[in-house]
Design a protein around this ligand. Sequence first.
Ligand SMILES: *[C@@H]1O[C@H](CO)[C@@H](O)[C@H](O)[C@H]1NC(C)=O
Ligand SMILES: *[C@@H]1O[C@H](CO)[C@@H](O)[C@H](O)[C@H]1NC(C)=O
Ligand SMILES: *[C@@H]1O[C@H](CO)[C@@H](O)[C@H](O)[C@H]1NC(C)=O
Length: 459
Amino acid sequence: MALLKHLLLSLPIFIISFVFCHATLQEDPLTSIYVHHSPSTDNGGTLFKNFNKQSINLLSLNRLEKRSSLRKVNVNDYGAEGSGDTDDSEAFKKAWDVVCSSGEAILVVPEENYLLKPIRFSGPCKPNIEVQISGTLEASDDPSDYKEDSSHWLVFENIKKLFVYGGGTIDGNGKIWWKNSCKRNKKRPCKDAPTALTFDNCEDLIVENLNIENAQQMHVSFQDSENVKVSGLNVIAPEDSPNTDGIHVTNTQNIQISDSVIGTGDDCISIVHGSKNVEATNITCGPGHGISIGSLGAGKSKEIVSGILVNGAKIFGTKNGVRIKTWQGGSGSASDIQFQNIEMENVTNPIIINQNYCDKKKKPCKKRLLQKSAIQIKNVLYQNITGTSSSDIAVKFDCSEKFPCQEIKLQNIDLKCEDGDDAEAWCNNVELSYLGHVKPRCNSENIFTTFWKYFSWYI
Ligand SMILES: *[C@@H]1O[C@H](CO)[C@@H](O)[C@H](O)[C@H]1NC(C)=O
Ligand SMILES: *[C@@H]1O[C@H](CO)[C@@H](O)[C@H](O)[C@H]1NC(C)=O
Ligand SMILES: *[C@@H]1O[C@H](CO)[C@@H](O)[C@H](O)[C@H]1NC(C)=O
């Protein structure tokens, strides 16, 4: 009976929506995707020329070199015990002051366990500073130690020419923060937890060969920095640890991230506002949420990101592969972006652009046609991307009606479902071009498939 009533009630809605959707499709059958087909032999096609020439200017990084003849300043000589259960923060601060004020020095952390409260390693310093971490730095997990600044644990700030390396481990000891996160415990308020390792306002920075694990929230954040080379990081946290991004890049220019393995509970790499010339190569990512540009434009902000190259990545078991995500109502742009030579394995959304993001829990999402602004997404190349999707939809471009995604290019794409079936592409308001073998492709049928999907919800 209830079912019948439900059916009778929903029938008029269904008819109205059917007519409405149908009318929209009829009136404007295919304008929501614009496809340029390029002959598959045309490898130097003009559409792609700009991309091959697009140079990400990282040359200035080459002058960064390690020095070996520096004075060693050992934290143990300043009172650190390295026992793992006494607070060594003061010893680290004293040793840092010596290194920073004298320059030409290495802060040495031997192979022991050091328990640390939040510390700011601040500059400006005399030139040529290194930090060699061979041991383990473990974060205090007493939230009252973070009263002054609940968003950071270890911070390096206002330093020019800094090298941080050594093969040691930075352990955020994050369990207590995860347990109290509003994502795990819906009754708790949503509050920021500390980022384990932050580099703020650094210039000419190298960070290499470190293990960073179990961060309270994000693992490593580069912000307001310039000329940065990151390599050989192992970033590991459980798949269900909330908001534990691996490497986060904010307002940073000329940064190269390479040869790193990242598996956490959130994005492996997230690149957000003000970042320019970001290159990620040879990245292994999973589990987690994949490699993400954005979110951009939250709270109607104007944000710009450009010159991003992800070249060489293995992404497995993640929620997204390569994603661009922008909020409804933002402005600015995400442009000149290249994702190439990427292997996906069992990724839920291997290729995804979501230009219509909104948080339904906070307030209802706007009707798309009423949007007054959006972050413009422009000139994005996906090249040599193969592997499997754990969902049917391997390629999803959900762009805005009013500000369609422009110059989206797909070249040599081969994505299947994990079970071997053909995958689909779901495309809305996107200006596309194809080169070479591209599978799955968006086409007119997709619109109808989508339409029938909505249709089938009613019956
Ligand atoms: C890629 O990175 C891994 C470490 O994550 C490293 O072992 C490997 O040698 C790197 N490959 C190349 C070609 O540099
Ligand atoms: C693929 O991912 C899904 C969830 O996204 C998971 O349930 C499934 O076990 C995974 N399959 C393999 C072979 O790893
Ligand atoms: C794409 O893959 C092909 C074959 O594996 C390779 O020859 C080509 O150099 C790759 N393209 C880029 C831009 O790396």
